[in-house]
Structure formats: structure tokens, C-alpha cells
Design a protein around this ligand. Structure first.
Ligand code: CA
Length: 257
């Protein structure tokens, strides 16, 4: 059988596919374009999903089986995962269970896709930690709506939502930030840092986690660069006065509030 001998596509190919995305809005916006990892062994299904997701402005990476999905989830750092239940070797359920038990991928929403329609399977899927569940044949329009709904919750800034923290308001659609009603001037990196903090106030981000989220996993940047940009962000936030809302957590990283 052709499928049984199919080799896993090298990770580097997957990643270059990501950055070469033809429907992208340009490199400066790269990190604001949410990345979807599609895990599906049937090429036709994969293509339909990739086509529709890319048309909706998402970056798409795909895995053909469970092993590849587990590797790519760490390599690519997707914002959301569409996961087929019926996969060769490692099942979608097992992939889901493993992703939800890893600290690096626990927070990534997973939508399980399955041909099984029985209630007991739906319950099993959700018990494994899946955030949503779609049954084949599904409506692509509905699936896209579910993807956006999950992302509005987990990555509101990437979906163009307005975020508020105290007197700070960040409009992800217009890229405007105000504090106490006064406009703040932020560079693109400081803007992404602030939106990351505002999505999860109180969360302590390590420098490595900020590098992954703000700079991207396929770019090498020294962790000290994070400190430089945090310094700039602090300066910008306090430009018109007010307390420094960013907290340095010794040995751990940074947090908002
Ligand atoms: Ca399948």
C-alpha cells in the first residue's frame, strides 16, 4: 500500500511552507495570523480544510498522522489544532490526550473531527480534553465559525478583538493602544508583547515563552532581546504617567499585573 510507506515530511519543509504562505498579509503581520495545525490522514479532506482556512486568513500546517502531529505541535506552536479521530497508528484521541498533558500545548484549543456520531464517543472526545467536537460530514462554514469562536477565546488579539486591562485599551483591529484615553506609541514588537500580556493578565511568561509567542519559533533571537523590548514597552506604557503595570518575576519572567 502506498500510504503505509509514506515518509513523514521533514519538519523544515512544513515550516518553510508556513512562512511562504501565499495568502498571507505580509511578514510584518505574520504573528497576528493565527496558525492552524490540521491533522488528517485523508489528502482530500486535508486540502479542503487547508483551502478554506487559508481563504479565511489563517496559516496552515498539516500532519498526516499522530506522530507527526505530536512533533509539529511543538515545532510550529499552532494557535489551534483540528484533529481527526481516525488516524493510522496513534489515534486522534491519544494525540489529544498527549497534547493536553504537555505544558507547551495544554492551552492550545483542539477541535476533534470524527465520523463517529454516537454520544458516547462525543463524551470520550471531550473527556480527553478536546475543546470542541465536529462530526463528518461537517459543514465547512460551521467548522470555520467554530475555529474562530475558539480563537476569540484563546487568542483574542489575533482575532482583532479589543482587549482591556485597567486603563489600558488595545484595539487589535486598528493596532491602537491607549492608556487613560491617551494614545501610546508602540513598535510592532512591543504591540505584540502587550497583546500577549493582555490576553492572559496575571500569567507569568518566561522569556522563552515570550520568544515563541511574539517572535515565533522558527526565528532565533537571544532571550536578552526580550528584556530590551520589555524595557521599551514599560517606557511607552508610562509615557503619560501612571504606574508600571508590568511585573518582573525573578527567575521566572514577566507578567501583567
Ligand atoms: Ca481519518
Amino acid at each position: 500500500m502506498k500510504n503505509a510507506q509514506k515518509k513523514i515530511k521533514p519538519l523544515s519543509m512544513q515550516i518553510s511552507h508556513l512562512s511562504d504562505h501565499p495568502g498571507g498579509k505580509g511578514n510584518s503581520m505574520a504573528r497576528e495570523q493565527p496558525t492552524v495545525l490540521v491533522v488528517e490522514d485523508e489528502p482530500a479532506q486535508r486540502e479542503v480544510l487547508a483551502y478554506n482556512l487559508e481563504a479565511d486568513g489563517f496559516r496552515v500546517s498539516h500532519a498526516e498522522n499522530g506522530e507527526e502531529a505530536l512533533l509539529l505541535a511543538d515545532e510550529v506552536g499552532p494557535d489551534i489544532i483540528l484533529l481527526d479521530w481516525m488516524l493510522p497508528n496513534v489515534s486522534g484521541i491519544e494525540v489529544c490526550r498527549q497534547l493536553k498533558s504537555r505544558s507547551s500545548t495544554r492551552g492550545v484549543p483542539i477541535i476533534m473531527i470524527s465520523a463517529r456520531s454516537e454520544e458516547v464517543d462525543r463524551v470520550r472526545g471531550l473527556e480527553t480534553g478536546a475543546d470542541d467536537y465536529v462530526i463528518k460530514p461537517y459543514s465547512v462554514v460551521e467548522l470555520m465559525a467554530r475555529v474562530r469562536a475558539q480563537l476569540r477565546r484563546s487568542r483574542p488579539s489575533a482575532m482583532g478583538e479589543t482587549l482591556e486591562y485597567g486603563d489600558i485599551i488595545l484595539d487589535a483591529e486598528t493596532h491602537r493602544v491607549t492608556r487613560d484615553g491617551k494614545g501610546l506609541k508602540l513598535g510592532p514588537t512591543e504591540f505584540r508583547l502587550l497583546s500577549t500580556f493582555m490576553e492572559k493578565p496575571g500569567r507569568v511568561w518566561s522569556r522563552e515563552a515570550l520568544l515563541d509567542r511574539v517572535w515565533g519559533r522558527d526565528i532565533y533571537v537571544d532571550t536578552r532581546t526580550v528584556d530590551v523590548h520589555i524595557g521599551r514597552l514599560r517606557k511607552a506604557l508610562c509615557h503619560h504617567g501612571g504606574e508600571d503595570p508590568l511585573r518582573t518575576v525573578r527567575g521566572a519572567g514577566y507578567a501583567l499585573g
